[in-house]
Design a protein around this ligand. Structure first.
Ligand code: FES
Length: 132
C-alpha cells in the first residue's frame, strides 16, 4: 500500500461527530418541557400538518384538522417505526408499508400498523403551538 492508497482509504471512513443534516431526530417530544414552543399556528396548514423539531431534540407531527384545532402525534409508525408523512387528502400515511392514520385522532385507518399514532398534548397560546 502506497501513501496515496492509504489517504484515499482514510477519506472513505466515516468520521465520528461529522453528522450531516440527515441526522435522525428522536420521535416524540424529546426533553421538551410544558410551555416549550413548537411552531406558529400559522405554520400548520388547515387540513394538513407539518413535522417539527422540538427544543428537546425530538420530532412531532402537528396536524390541523380544522382551523381551531391543532393536534400533535409522535410520528413513529406503530408498525416498524418509520416517520410518517404529514397528512394529505385527509390521511397521514407511512411511506414504508402504506399504513394510514386519521389526522384528527391518530387512529389507524389502514394497516399493517397494529394501532394508532401516540398523541402528545399541546395547546395554543396566542399564536403559538406549545407543549401542554
Ligand atoms: S413501518 Fe409504517 S406501515 Fe410499516
Amino acid at each position: 500500500m502506497n501513501r496515496r492508497t492509504l489517504l484515499c482509504g482514510l477519506a472513505a471512513l466515516p468520521v465520528a461527530g461529522c453528522a450531516t443534516s440527515t441526522a435522525r431526530k428522536t420521535p416524540g417530544p424529546g426533553t421538551a418541557k410544558p410551555g416549550d414552543r413548537l411552531a406558529a399556528v400559522a405554520d400548520v396548514p388547515v387540513g394538513g400538518g407539518v413535522l417539527v423539531d422540538t427544543p428537546g431534540g425530538g420530532q412531532l407531527l402537528l396536524t390541523r384538522p380544522e382551523a381551531g384545532t391543532v393536534k400533535a402525534f409522535n410520528p413513529a409508525c406503530p408498525h416498524q417505526g418509520t416517520t410518517v408523512n404529514p397528512p394529505t387528502a385527509g390521511e397521514i400515511t407511512c411511506p414504508t408499508h402504506k399504513s394510514g392514520f386519521d389526522p384528527a385522532t391518530g387512529a389507524v385507518l389502514t394497516g399493517p400498523a397494529p394501532g394508532g399514532l401516540v398523541e402528545v398534548a399541546v395547546e395554543v397560546v396566542r399564536t403559538d403551538v406549545v407543549l401542554a
